[in-house]
Design a protein around this ligand. Structure first.
Ligand code: FAD
Length: 467
């Protein structure tokens, strides 16, 4: 019988253990492999136009790499996958494991449905270097704090990349085709495995050297931009870690080569990705609920007040240039620099007193790399409600962050045209220029709140919350 490789968040052929397993199973009995993707209306409806447009492009790229044989079917996977298995007489469906709550439930239900037909769901590998739930303390408990997690994660290590399957006998089956995604006005990156690999090579050659210091400067574009490719599994973190180990061996040799600090810092970012997935694995409710309540219930804006604050923030019209630049970059490109994500998230929660869940929802509507584990847990981290007790007392100052990480004001001028005429650091403190700047309705807005006052209010709320 034919075997099925059911693609989900692993839209690639390289370093893909589940695909290797599917190919081996097919070869063992001289049959072929069905490359299957299921368009699940529940996910398609909620994904946001940018992610759908990207996913559609990535599926078209995957289809090309399997010689136009990608079988796309629409419907609930719990029905569709067993139906395809019956259609081709497959006894095995190979997947990389899902770890987010929805995917876990879906896979359990699909597994039972397949079992009823005498078929099985074979899960091998995951979208992470180390599968969530694996890295544990000596007493078997999960880690709560990032730094010790990272130490144990490094000690645990990861497999070598899986071999690239050669001349796969892809099956030919009717396909519903890749649906048209809704229109998006955003300027999205190129999708697909080849684009992901090209981006990674370019970063290794040109971006990794200096990453440790440059990654915090939003104007400079010094980060890898791999989040979207990792999100859709067009490249696996194991591949990146294997290449990094190679680079690490010659780190610091020769001018312009990445230093060991650059390599370690980049590896650490991949550890964050695994850490957040691990936290979600142990606390599935973290997608919606704070892991720790740190503020009293009456600390939050409500009703119209909350809606108005959210709207001003989302539109990039808070009057704080770094915040506004970030929010506009998000809408224009479906991506925002990490430093700025932290600043805008802190601003919403701690200056505008809007719950993190509302901000996370807006991010998920726009981010092309939007991922439930990374997004919700990063929001919780900034809000101070996560497992890793980042000090809640830390309230990012949007002005000093701007002056420090965008010292020439270049990032702000790029995304906030109303401030383009202001030189250097003046772009971060337009109110110092005088009232003329705020003269008309379409000019730059005045500050919606006073940071110093709101920071104090948050710290007072926190003391009350601690009782
Ligand atoms: P690089 O600096 O090149 O980092 C390399 C890779 O490391 C990234 O591609 C990413 O996979 C990983 N990484 C880096 N920083 C983090 C981090 N803080 N947490 C987890 N992984 C990290 N990342 C997402 O992938 N999806 C999200 O939905 C998401 N939402 C976020 C929401 C908030 C409020 C914050 C503060 C951060 C969020 N991040 C999210 C993390 C981070 O901002 C992005 O991964 C990063 O900006 C992507 O750009 P890059 O690939 O150029 O990063």
């Amino acid at each position: 019988p034919t075997s099925i490789c059911w693609f989900r968040r692993d839209l690639r052929l390289a370093d893909h253990p589940a695909l290797v397993a599917a190919v081996e199973a097919a070869r063992a009995d001289g049959s072929d492999v069905v490359p299957l993707y299921v368009i699940d209306p529940a996910l398609w409806r909620t994904a946001g136009a940018n992610r759908l447009a990207y996913l559609a492009a990535s599926l078209r790229a995957l289809d090309r790499s399997v010689g136009g044989r990608l079988v796309v079917r629409h419907g609930d996977a719990v029905d569709v996958v067993p139906a395809v298995a019956r259609e081709v007489g497959a006894r095995e469906v190979h997947v990389s494991a899902s770890h987010e709550p929805y995917g876990r439930r879906r896979d359990r239900a699909t597994e039972s449905a397949l079992a009823a037909d005498g078929a099985s769901l074979r899960s091998i590998g995951s979208p992470y270097a180390v599968s969530p739930g694996r890295v544990r303390k000596a007493d078997g408990e999960p880690y709560q704090v990032f730094t010790p997690f990272r130490g144990a994660w490094l000690d645990h290590g990861w497999r070598d990349p899986a071999p690239h399957p050669r001349s796969v006998p892809w099956a030919t089956l009717p396909s519903d085709g890749v649906p048209d995604a809704p229109e998006t006005g955003a300027d999205l990156p190129e999708a697909g495995e080849a684009a992901a690999r090209a981006r990674w090579r370019e970063f290794l050659d040109d971006g990794l050297a200096g990453y440790a210091s440059g990654r915090d400067l939003p104007a400079h574009d010094d980060t890898s931009r791999l989040s979207v490719h990792l999100r859709w599994g067009e490249i696996h973190p194991r591949t990146l870690l294997a290449d990094l180990a190679e680079v690490g061996r010659s780190a610091g040799r020769g001018s312009g080569a990445p230093s060991s600090d650059d390599v370690a810092t980049f590896r650490s970012q991949l550890a964050w990705r695994d850490f957040h997935a691990d936290v979600l694995h142990h606390h599935p409710s973290a997608t919606a609920r704070s892991l720790r309540a740190v503020l009293p219930d009456d600390a939050w804006a409500t009703g119209t007040d909350e809606e108005e604050r959210l709207a001003v923030w989302a539109a990039g019209r808070t009057g704080y240039p770094l915040v506004d630049a970030g929010m506009r970059q998000l809408v224009a490109t479906g991506w925002m620099h990490n430093r700025v994500r932290m600043v805008v998230a802190s601003f919403l929660v701690k200056d505008l007193h809007v719950r993190w869940q509302r901000g996370a929802e807006h991010f998920m509507a726009h981010l092309v790399d939007g991922d439930i584990a990374q997004n919700q847990l990063n929001w919780q981290w900034v809000a101070g409600t996560g497992r890793d007790a980042a000090p809640y007392f830390r309230v990012f100052n949007p002005v000093t962050q701007g002056l420090r990480f965008d010292p020439d004001g270049e990032y702000v001028r790029r995304w906030v045209p109303e401030l383009r005429h202001l030189d250097g650091t003046a772009a971060h403190e337009p109110w110092k220029v005088g009232p003329s700047l705020f003269a008309s309705d379409d000019s730059y807005p005045e500050r919606v709140v006073d940071h110093a006052v709101e920071r104090r209010a948050t710290l007072d709320d926190l003391h009350r919350g601690r009782g």
